[in-house]
Design a protein around this ligand. Structure first.
Ligand code: ADP
Length: 479
């Protein structure tokens, strides 16, 4: 199959969060399965990647025609088209400070990318759009299906990584691209010019990044106002769990670790814990070491942690290391915790992949107390590195971690339900008690390390989803 991926991020070239990892990962896996995959990204100002110019053309943008360039580079072997043009050019970061700038940039990118691949003669069987950013492409393709023979058979697939970012005020940018907002009643009035809503409305297949998230977003709590639209399209909605790159995340070869280890050589892992304790100037010794690697965002539940933890830290000898960057208010809440427990809490507010790896490889537990979590990569990496995850039962966290008190024979971590300090505290206390039983803990680490969250399973599922989308398209013809 010929597949065009449209996204705002694709790792390792462009990565802000999990979205980048997923677009890079799934593209590589689909290529390994024999598909002809191209990724298209906006040519952000900070990308200096040298590449070959493929085409230069004019894109209709209001009354003007705007020049757009297309340079080909590669992301881990997958051809990547960098789409340039005036509305994209000024940005030095992936996401601008205002939604209005982003909307203009991403609408232009989505439409220009389609023009470029057509000019290059790459006729995709599937255009796979990730999240709201390139959502205008799905809307445009729906109309092009009846007017442009080149696009008549192209199936439209949308993956939802996060419902919260919707880009709802896009009428002006859509008009610049010659597009109108939706007019049907299934879409709430406030979202009719929304890039995510338009993509949900016109996609042949929609998938969320975990089976539980696919169920959650058709209900009010997690649907971010679009639950009724999603429910109306429930027959087209499924969930495919993300994978992680098993070569990139491998404790047996990870050069960031003081000592490499496998499930068979788990005692060697202790050297990483010691090194992490020394690096963070936390007390060196057998006391449980909790870790957290996270964007500092409301979604991630760090406020809950800051409220739940003091009682637990007062009772025992556990220590906590946090690596995260983002929201200043969340930093302040954590700083209070560190001020109250200076010898037991170490904070690091930066983005540092090497340090993240040393936390995964050395902490006894990784905490992920999210309000919502579409899939979550942190708990999957933690399981692979023998750090026992403690997570809230939401989205992909629920799909990937089995509570060891609910199911002692196959448990891989600790899961709590209610988003309350009390529920998190109870889970932490259970974890600290279980930690005392070294052989039980080892068994849990080994079971977690034996799980398979590589891209192989997700790749097969996406392949099947594409086939369904292509069938849908040929059955429906023009919309
Ligand atoms: P999200 O995409 O919502 O941020 P995920 O769990 O899906 O959350 O993915 C987060 C990814 O980013 C993981 O690979 C995690 O290790 C990494 N990460 C998050 N914060 C940092 C940080 N401060 N430094 C290094 N890596 C980080």
């Amino acid at each position: 199959m010929k597949v065009l991926m449209l996204a705002a991020e694709a790792a390792p070239l462009v990565k802000v969060g999990g979205l980048g990892d997923v677009v890079g990962g799934i593209s590589a896996e689909l290529r390994a399965l024999g598909h002809d995959v191209r990724i298209a990204l906006p040519h952000y100002g900070f990308i200096s990647a040298a590449g070959e110019s493929q085409s230069v053309l004019s894109v209709r943008w209001g009354r003007a025609k705007v020049k757009s360039s297309c340079i080909e580079t590669a992301i881990e072997g997958t051809p990547c088209l960098l789409i340039g043009g005036r509305p994209i050019a000024p940005g030095e970061s992936v996401y601008a400070q205002t939604a209005a700038i982003d909307i203009r940039r991403f609408v232009f990118f989505a439409l220009a990318a389609l023009h470029h691949v057509q000019a290059l003669g790459f006729q995709p069987d599937v255009v796979h759009v990730h999240d709201a950013h390139p959502g205008a492409a799905v809307h445009w393709l729906q109309q092009a299906a009846s007017t442009e023979p080149f696009w008549r058979r192209t199936a439209r697939v949308l993956t939802i990584h996060n419902m919260v970012y919707q880009y709802n005020e896009a009428a002006e940018a859509l008009a610049l691209g010659g597009l109108k907002p939706a007019s049907d009643n299934r879409v709430p009035t406030w979202a009719r010019a929304g890039l995510l809503a338009l993509a949900i409305r016109a996609a042949d297949r929609i998938n969320a990044v975990s089976p539980t998230y696919a169920k959650e977003i058709v209900a009010q709590e997690h649907g971010a106002g679009l639950h009724a639209l999603l429910l109306a399209r429930a027959g087209r909605l499924s969930g495919i769990l993300n994978g992680i790159d098993y070569q990139c995340w491998d404790a047996a070869t990870d050069s960031a670790l003081a000592r490499n280890f496998t499930a068979e050589t788990l005692p060697a892992r202790e050297a990483n814990k010691r090194a992490l304790q020394q690096e963070t100037v936390l007390p060196v010794g057998p006391a449980p070491l909790l870790g957290m690697v996270s964007r500092l965002d409301h979604q991630k539940g760090l406020d809950l942690l800051a409220r739940a933890l003091p009682a637990v830290l007062r009772e025992g000898k556990a220590a906590l290391v946090v690596l995260g960057s983002g929201d200043g208010n969340i930093q302040a809440a954590l700083q209070q915790l560190a001020a109250d427990f200076p010898e037991r809490v170490l904070l690091n507010f930066r983005f540092d992949e090497g340090f993240a790896r040393r936390i995964y490889g050395g902490a006894d537990m990784m905490l992920v107390p999210s309000r919502y979590e579409p899939c979550g990569l942190v708990q999957m990496i933690a399981l692979r590195y023998g750090a026992v995850p403690l997570v809230r039962a939401t989205g992909g966290l629920r799909d990937t971690v089995t509570d060891c008190d609910v199911d002692p024979a196959s448990g891989t971590g600790f899961v709590f339900d209610a988003f309350t300090p009390r529920a998190l505290r109870a889970a932490l206390r259970r974890a600290l008690t279980r930690f005392e039983d070294r052989s039980f803990w080892r068994g849990m680490q080994r079971r977690g390390m034996a799980l398979d969250f590589s891209w192989a399973a997700a790749g097969r599922r996406y392949q099947a989803l594409y086939r369904k989308a292509i069938e849908d398209r040929s059955a429906r013809g023009t919309d």
